[in-house]
Design a protein around this ligand. Structure first.
Ligand code: OSB
Ligand code: MG
Length: 369
């Protein structure tokens, strides 16, 4: 098959509440949506980059540039029979995994639609339901955080992750544990600490956390290995894992006992399948992270989590926690038992509402073969 058209859009959606992490605060979701067409069918992929390089180096501007000048021309020139052939075809471009991921995701969606299969089936997953967890941003004070967590627990989420940073860590965790001694709870630092904080971080060992996510530098593996030896709590890597090779290095060095997989961070679904296979072989549990995606990226995360290695609840929460109105209909819904239904319709499985996409679009460019 050959891709005939590619449409790239830049969108803006208001967030219901600002989302704050150790690296910043965002009030709007600004992202790119790529659509690919062949034989009268479309597939869609969402990019996880932001306007600013505060989480990882790529930005919406670098993604647009790399898609326009390198990845889209390569895709339009290539013929393939399965979406797994796209990732190697793009290999000449080094890095730029967020750019590759959204384009490749659109091809997987298109191929699944063409085959009349839900995406999970093309990936080798299963239908049914997945477990939902939730990521709660930094709040104004500890009381506001406890109230927010109370709402998430009442909504049924099976695991709660909170954001921490220096000065906003031990007391927060202590307050949550006092109220919920048994809640599956974890923390994410988004690289806000250094190895000099090892003793301080070891004090988190007293609170029975499932894991501590990415305490040290975004591109580090070795210092995390050193830190893991000084903690009882498992470390989980997010930013440091760009793909299967980073994961192999991290596992061999003992830098983590768990990996947060984000389709958009590691270069797409073919990369995800390789990482998934490695983690199963090495006995590491996986869970699926999120980047406050709209329904397109959110549904890709839902399908990915039907693979057998995803044994822990991830960060996929309901669309209605994040957006006034999602781009897909129906939106992603979390049932009171803390599960999400995996769509059975072809591709991502929920319809993209054109009028909502048009309303949110601030820039658009199109290429043809
Ligand atoms: O580190 O997992 C992260 C959001 C934006 C950037 C990085 C992260 C996050 C989240 C939110 O934790 C997860 C979500 O609800 O999509
Ligand atoms: Mg994280």
């Amino acid at each position: 098959m050959r891709i005939e058209r590619v449409v790239l859009r830049r969108l803006e959606l208001p967030l219901l509440q600002p989302f704050e992490t150790s690296f910043g605060r965002s009030e709007r979701k600004r992202f790119l949506l790529v659509s690919v067409a062949a034989d009268g069918l479309w597939g869609h992929g969402e990019c996880v980059a932001d306007d600013e390089p505060f989480y990882l180096p790529e930005t919406n501007t670098t993604v647009w540039h790399v898609l326009r000048d390198f990845l889209v021309p390569t895709l339009l020139a290539c013929a393939f029979s399965h979406p797994r052939e796209v990732w190697p075809a793009l290999a000449r471009v080094r890095g730029h995994r967020m750019a590759k991921a959204c384009l490749e995701m659109a091809v997987w969606d298109l191929c699944a639609r063409r085959a009349g299969q839900p995406l999970w089936q093309l990936l080798g997953g299963r239908g049914g339901r997945i477990q939902a967890g939730v990521s709660v941003g930094l709040q104004q004070d500890d009381e506001a955080l406890v109230e927010q967590v109370a709402r998430e627990v009442a909504a049924g989420y099976r695991r709660v992750k909170i954001k921490i940073k220096p000065g906003r860590d031990l007391a927060l965790v202590q307050a949550l544990r006092a109220r919920w001694p048994e809640l599956p709870l974890m923390v994410d630092a988004n690289s806000a600490y250094t190895l000099a904080d090892a003793e301080h971080l070891a004090r988190l060992d007293d609170y029975g956390l499932m894991m501590i996510e990415q305490p040290l530098a975004w591109d580090d593996i070795l210092d995390h290995a050193n830190l893991q030896r000084r903690l009882r709590t498992a470390l989980c890597l997010d930013e440091s894992i760009g793909g299967v090779d980073d994961a192999r290095h991290a596992i061999e060095l003992g830098a983590c006992r768990c990996i947060n997989v984000k389709v958009g961070r590691i270069g797409g679904l073919t990369s995800l399948l390789a990482l998934h296979e490695l983690c199963i072989a090495r006995g590491l549990p996986l869970w699926c992270g999120g980047m406050l995606e709209s329904g397109v990226g959110r549904l890709a995360n839902v399908h990915a989590q039907t693979l057998p290695g995803f044994t822990l609840p991830g960060d996929t929460s309901a669309s209605s926690r994040i957006f006034v109105e999602d781009l897909v209909d129906p939106p992603v819904i979390v049932a009171p038992d803390g599960t999400i239904a995996v769509p059975d319709d072809p591709g991502l499985g929920h319809a993209l509402v054109e009028t909502r996409v048009e309303r949110a679009t601030v820039a658009r460019e199109e290429w043809r073969r």
